[in-house]
Ligand binder design. Structure first.
Ligand code: ATP
Length: 332
């Protein structure tokens, strides 16, 4: 009977457990054997694995993190490491490997394909939502919810003290989280890669100081700046310093950090992960290979892994527009 293996790789994302569970249950119902490798690609290199059974995975549906653990694996960047990973898959007679991770993890699959003849299927699992060919990645909705509820609390204290707050959110090098969170919390300013490239930083600083000063003249209240991580040289505290030096504006900084990666997955992530997990096992049955399965407008769509690592998913232009009109409304 076919033997399917699963691993989770790169930054963990809420909903990875739901994906592992769906794959395990689909294998169980089709009579396939299913095992999980631990710690991302390290589990392949070190031959560290466990059998996945419904009894093991069922209680994890609503848990954040990943029962298989995740990791960055430097050895996969070497040809010896990739060969070792392939040897482990041969040793266990694996027919198909399903990897839940981001674009880096998919690059690992492109390397593995050169050394291993089994089927490779990817599922988009990253809070950053920075993978093209899917509407949302597993974990994005939860990360946005977590960050938004934290920012709602920050807003209360910012209102009470009529403070300027700079909140740094995750997203690596894309602004999906920053825009979703900023719009959902009514942030006065959203600074991200899509609207704040390095040559514009000085101009943006001027706009920001003018807007804050104007706002403080028109009405008292809080001013919330949502800033993407890795955007401002020196991070949120450098931006804080710049506001002070440029216009004597005092501000507080809050770096949300890893709380955005944890927590129980929201219902949308549980459903997305469950749908894609089942679809992954069906894709194995249909002899699909070297594809990522993503949800687009409600349908499961298979895209060549090559395309998923090359293509870029921009933040929806509607969101940029919505932010610009909110900015104008605020100053009116
Ligand atoms: P996230 O962006 O959410 O952190 P990711 O999958 O993009 O997820 P990365 O750290 O970029 O995270 O990659 C995860 C792992 O994939 C790496 O630690 C490495 O083991 C493997 N990997 C990444 N790039 C390559 C590559 N070019 N060749 C082989 N393996 C790779």
């Amino acid at each position: 009977r076919p033997k399917i293996a699963v691993l989770t790789s790169g930054g963990d994302a809420p909903g990875m457990n739901a994906a592992i569970r769906a794959i395990t249950l689909a294998c169980h119902s089709s009579g396939y054997s299913c095992i999980g490798f631990f710690h991302g690609y390290n589990g392949l290199i070190d031959d560290e694995w466990c059998e996945l059974t419904p009894r093991l995975v069922n209680p994890t549906l609503q848990q954040g993190g990943t029962l298989l653990k995740s990791a960055r694996c430097k050895a996969m960047l070497t040809s010896d490491g990739v060969k070792q990973a392939a040897n482990t898959l041969y040793k266990h007679d694996i027919d198909a490997l399903i990897v839940v991770g981001g674009d880096g993890s998919f690059r690992g699959m492109l390397e593995l394909e050169k050394e291993w003849r089994g089927q490779l299927i990817g599922l988009p699992g990253t809070i950053d939502n920075d993978l093209a060919h899917c509407d949302a990645t597993i974990g994005f909705a939860t990360a946005v919810q977590t960050a938004a509820s934290a920012i709602d609390k920050i807003r209360d204290t910012a209102n009470a003290f009529e403070r300027v707050f700079i909140v740094e959110v995750m997203g690596r090098h894309s602004g999906h989280i920053a825009f979703a969170v900023g719009l959902a919390t009514g942030a006065e300013a959203i600074l991200s890669f899509e609207n704040c490239q390095p040559p514009q930083h000085d101009a943006i600083l001027s706009e920001l100081t003018t807007a804050i000063t104007q706002q403080q003249q028109v009405r008292h209240g809080s001013y919330l700046i949502v800033c993407a991580e890795n955007l401002w040289p020196g991070g949120a505290s450098a931006l804080q310093k710049a506001l002070k030096e440029r216009a004597a504006i005092d501000s507080a900084v809050c770096i949300l950090g890893h709380i955005q990666r944890g927590g129980s997955p929201v219902v949308n992530d549980r459903l997305l992960a469950s749908k894609l997990g089942l679809a992954a096992v069906e894709a194995v049955e249909q002899q699909q290979h070297m594809v990522m399965l993503g949800e687009i407008a409600g349908n499961v769509v298979a895209t060549a892994l090559n395309a998923t690592v090359q293509d870029h998913k921009p933040v929806a232009s509607f969101w940029l527009k919505a932010h610009r009109s909110a900015l104008k409304g605020d100053l009116a």
